[in-house]
Design a binder for this molecule. Sequence first.
Ligand code: ZN
Length: 327
Amino acid sequence: MCNSLHSYIKAVCSARLLTSLFGLALLATGRNVALAKEPPTKQFDANRAYNYLIKVCRIGPRISGTRGMVEQQNLIVEHFPKFGAQVRFQSFDVTHPQTGGPVRMNNTIVSWHPNSKRRVLLACHYDTRPFPDRDPDLLKRRDRFIGANDGASGVALFMELAHHMQSLKPTYGVDFVFFDGEELVYGKNDQYCLGSKYFAEQYRTRPPPHRYVYGVVVDMVADKHLNIHKEKNSLKFAPKLTHSIWATARRLKASAFVPGRAKYDVNDDHIPLNKIAHIPTCDLIDFDYPFWHTTRDTPSACSGSSLVQVARVLFQWLSNVPRPVDR
Ligand code: ZN
């Protein structure tokens, strides 16, 4: 990870607390992309998924505590209840690493079958890094960063998945969790994963009435040339879960999931979930993305087909979650 030296003017966002919203499922429309055999109700729409990614990117930067982040939260609050999910915020404050002032953080939690006491957590981070501080052009390292893959991809994936959640047979309740503050990072001493750390600490110290049997984090899953290798910490903390996801991918011929050994050791939101909350959690990340933390992390580097490939694997995996023995 590289450093960035400039401070960013923050705007403290006012989050809206929204609970108990219900709505009707929308009918899937548009061109359906069938990557393998699946019944019509499970078809995912690559164009629609890609359009969600564009919609998120059009907001501009979604840095924690800024107006862009609030706008994105509004988008989430409008979207998921249309499919029958409940949306709520988990709010907390951190100290801005540059200004020293408070930053209001909001993890957003989208719940399906909210009364189920045993649940599966699917998560992504939805904040964007303040600057493209790995751009090969040194002059661009303080430019605007919109994080199409690193930020918007997880949001777009969950927005597409929402179209299918009502047809899922509820083995477990499911929560989509959007973590704030994964990379409110300007310098090498700044902390990563603020939202997932807070979420994990709360889960441990103030246990909710439900328990998570597994967690899956998605990060950078929209690359046109998607390659998801197994990740070392995921195999260490959640081997059965990780293998079950790759087995599902193999059955679906989802070639973006590379078989074989782990390639990277990634510090992502799955670390606090594993280490603090003790939820066996796997990280699905394409860490070979050439535009990582650069100005070229834009929708043109991304693909809806990549998004729906991951969505299909997750949906199929959710339909038949293995018995939790990782812990
Ligand atoms: Zn990043």
